[in-house]
Ligand binder design. Structure first.
Ligand code: ADP
Ligand code: ADP
Ligand code: ZN
Length: 220
């Protein structure tokens, strides 16, 4: 099953994508995580991402699509994937449709997490990410089980993202409104869009997404 988890920066896509991927037994494909890993490795490609990501701007489509295509062709993604933070432009959405069609697949649903700007700024401000395994926490809403240590892998490398500073978050939100929000109409027109209230607790949102996925599955 191929599902897109959609929403503004900090909406909870990564948190929910991880849970949904585990539930459906397919990988989570998060372009942002992949690009952060590339940056951390200090590669030539990673340096090309720096200029965009650090300033809260979208990375150009060609660069993102190259990464995505390579990832989607790996064997673990043969039965489907949860796309997290992709697509972010209408051109990316069109490319994803074409890529899946070549693999004999098509999207089952696009689940959009609705969360307003105030909550987004607050969520980004308290976000901490494990440098070792990518697990995400929030200092207040989703704290690690013991202070400063990752509950998933045990590493003590919980860090703030450089682009979670408030001015950058606001810039990312502007990019979202200008370039990513139009993707909603693209999927609405194709009958794939399922909106979910993303403002409740992590558990409440997980349950809402589960209900949507169950409905989509039983209709297939
Ligand atoms: P969030 O969902 O919190 O914004 P991500 O990790 O998905 O975080 O994205 C972080 C940054 O990575 C974005 O601000 C953008 O610069 C870049 N990025 C990630 N995915 C894409 C994409 N599909 N297209 C363009 N840029 C992307
Ligand atoms: P995205 O991938 O959309 O940028 P994340 O999943 O990384 O979002 O979540 C952003 C921040 O908000 C993280 O610190 C995360 O722990 C926290 N968070 C996620 N879902 C919720 C929720 N339902 N309520 C409160 N905080 C949340
Ligand atoms: Zn970890």
């Amino acid at each position: 099953m191929d599902v897109v988890l959609f929403g503004p920066p900090g909406a909870g896509k990564g948190t929910q994508a991880r849970l949904l991927a585990a539930r459906l037994g397919v990988p989570q494909i998060a372009t942002g995580d992949m690009m952060r890993a590339e940056r951390a490795s200090g590669s030539e490609l990673g340096r090309r991402f720096d200029a965009y990501m650090g300033r809260g701007l979208l990375v150009p489509d060609e660069l993102v699509l190259e990464l995505l295509e390579e990832r989607l062709r790996r064997p673990d993604a043969r039965a489907g994937a949860i796309f997290d933070g992709f697509p972010r432009t209408v051109a990316q959405a069109e490319a994803l449709d074409a890529l899946l069609a070549r693999l004999g697949r098509r999207l089952a649903a696009v689940v959009s997490l609705d969360v307003g700007l105030d909550a987004i700024v607050e969520r980004a401000a308290g976000r901490r990410v494990c440098e070792a395994c990518g697990q995400t926490y929030h200092v207040r809403y989703n704290p690690p089980p013991s202070t400063g240590r990752c509950g998933a892998c045990g590493a003590d490398r919980l860090v703030r993202r450089d682009d979670d500073a408030e001015p950058v978050v606001r810039r990312r939100y502007e990019e979202y409104v200008a370039k990513t929000e139009p993707v909603l109409a693209y999927y609405e027109a194709r009958g794939l869009l399922r909106r979910v209230d993303g403002t409740g607790s992590v558990d409440v949102v997980t349950r809402s997404i589960g209900e949507v996925i169950d409905a989509v599955r039983s209709a297939r």
